[in-house]
Design a protein around this ligand. Structure first.
Ligand SMILES: Cc1cc2nc3c(=O)[nH]c(=O)nc-3n(C[C@H](O)[C@H](O)[C@H](O)COP(=O)(O)OP(=O)(O)OC[C@H]3O[C@@H](n4cnc5c(N)ncnc54)[C@H](O)[C@@H]3O)c2cc1C
Length: 134
C-alpha cells in the first residue's frame, strides 16, 4: 500500500476539535500517537475487522495533543533495540522483549529502514555477575 493511502496517515493528517461530535463511523479511539498508540492502531486496522450491515472495516481515530505523531518520548529515546537481558529470565517482559526484537528487525528489513545489529558487550564486575552471565 502506498504510504499516502494508508488509513492511519489519512487519520493523522486531520485536525480534530475537542468540541467536535464523534463520528459514528469511528470504532476505536486511541489517545496518543507515540510508538505504542500507533502500533495499537495499526494492529486494530489490519487485524480486527468490524463488520456492519454495509462493510467490514475498522476505523480508528488517533487523538494526539501535539501537532504531529511521534513528537514525545518515542522520538527522543536512545534508539536501542533491546535484547531482553535486563529482565528476569522467563518473565513476561523478557519474553515479549525477545519476541519484539525479532519482529522489529523483520519490520525494518522488510521496509528498508536503516538499522544496525551492533551486539552488546557486558562486563561482569564480580564472581556473582560472572555466574549470572554464564
Ligand atoms: C531517555 C529514554 C531513553 C529510552 N531509550 C529506549 C531505547 O533505547 N530503546 C527502547 O526500546 N525504548 C527506549 N525508551 C523507552 C521508549 O522510548 C518508550 O517506552 C516509548 O517511546 C513509549 O512510547 P509511548 O507511545 O507509550 O509514549 P510516547 O512516545 O510518549 O507517546 C505518547 C503520546 O501521547 C500523547 N498524549 C499524552 N497525553 C495525551 C492526551 N491527554 N491527549 C492527546 N495526546 C496525548 C503525547 O503527546 C505523545 O505523543 C527510552 C525512554 C526514555 C525516556
Amino acid at each position: 500500500m502506498r504510504p499516502s493511502a494508508h488509513p492511519l496517515r489519512s487519520l493523522l493528517s486531520q485536525t480534530y476539535s475537542t468540541s467536535a461530535t464523534p463520528s459514528p463511523d469511528v470504532h476505536t479511539v486511541v489517545i496518543g500517537a507515540g510508538v505504542v498508540g500507533l502500533a495499537i492502531a495499526r494492529q486494530l486496522v489490519q487485524h480486527i475487522p468490524v463488520t456492519s450491515s454495509s462493510s467490514t472495516t475498522t476505523n480508528v481515530l488517533i487523538i494526539e495533543q501535539e501537532a504531529s505523531y511521534g513528537q514525545s518520548t518515542s522520538a527522543r529515546n536512545s534508539e536501542v533495540i533491546h535484547a531482553g537481558l535486563y529482565y528476569p529470565p522467563g518473565s513476561l517482559k523478557a519474553k515479549t522483549c525477545v519476541q519484539g526484537k525479532a519482529l522489529l528487525y523483520d519490520y525494518c528489513e522488510s521496509r528498508g529502514i536503516p538499522h544496525a545489529r551492533l551486539g552488546k558487550l557486558i562486563v561482569a564486575k564480580d564472581d556473582a555477575q560472572v555466574r549470572v552471565s554464564e
